[in-house]
Design a protein around this ligand. Sequence first.
Ligand code: SF4
Ligand code: SF4
Ligand code: SF4
Length: 253
Amino acid sequence: MKKLKIGVHGLTSCYGCQLKMASLKLAENIEIVYWNMLSSKGEIGKVDVAFVEGSVSTGEDEEELKKIRENADILVAMGTCATHGGVQGVIFGEDYKKCFKEIYGDNNIEFDGRIGEPIKKYVKVDYNLPGCPPEEDEILYYLATFALGSYPEEKDYPVCAECRRNGYPCILIEKNKPCLGPLTVAGCKARCLKYGIECTGCRGPLPHNIAWFDSLARTFKERGMSKEFIKSKMEIFGKQYENMEELINKVFE
Ligand code: SF4
Ligand code: SF4
Ligand code: SF4
């Protein structure tokens, strides 16, 4: 069987997705062409599949990403930083400039820092592998389908579906907790709900414009939560969702 050539790359990130992938035993028919974190291995070169972790947060990230894209038949955005901008994508506009100044002061910074953005804003993304980090079974599923010459099916249903299926009590309804399960793409088997902790949306909002921020914001509002509180919860992983602010604002007009 032909070997599947892969590259694994980290832009601005915590390297957690790569670490998760590195902890797995990969099949013998997978050949690692480039994986800098593990072995400083190789130059960015031709691969069947490139897995890209992290957001574009510097000019150097953009350059590297474009080079990766040119050399990959398939490009996968791996993890919430890559798919949605991640937590570093929360700070915008003047706030970003202020934070940058507070952290780096007047030092001569060599990199071209900018607001963290999902990689789809710069290159064509073929598949999204969500999670912070992605689940082991999902990483293996993506690798296996590519190795077989097939393609992975992305999840388009929310964490609530897994929560209900597992029979966990709904802590939004029963305990008034600000759970983001209805907005968040499934795959973690509702891990936090298993422990009675509300979902903070770490896998990112649902794809295909079906993350109904307005509907959930209205539910939260009816339960006495303020606009500021709702926004602060929803923007952690949803800030870069196309019309998040607009959807929340309209509930409070
Ligand atoms: S998605 Fe989460 S685990 Fe992956 S690089 Fe970003 S912060 Fe780290
Ligand atoms: S607890 Fe959260 S994830 Fe579970 S059903 Fe309720 S809203 Fe959905
Ligand atoms: S329940 Fe929500 S916050 Fe917890 S792991 Fe799943 S997606 Fe992330």
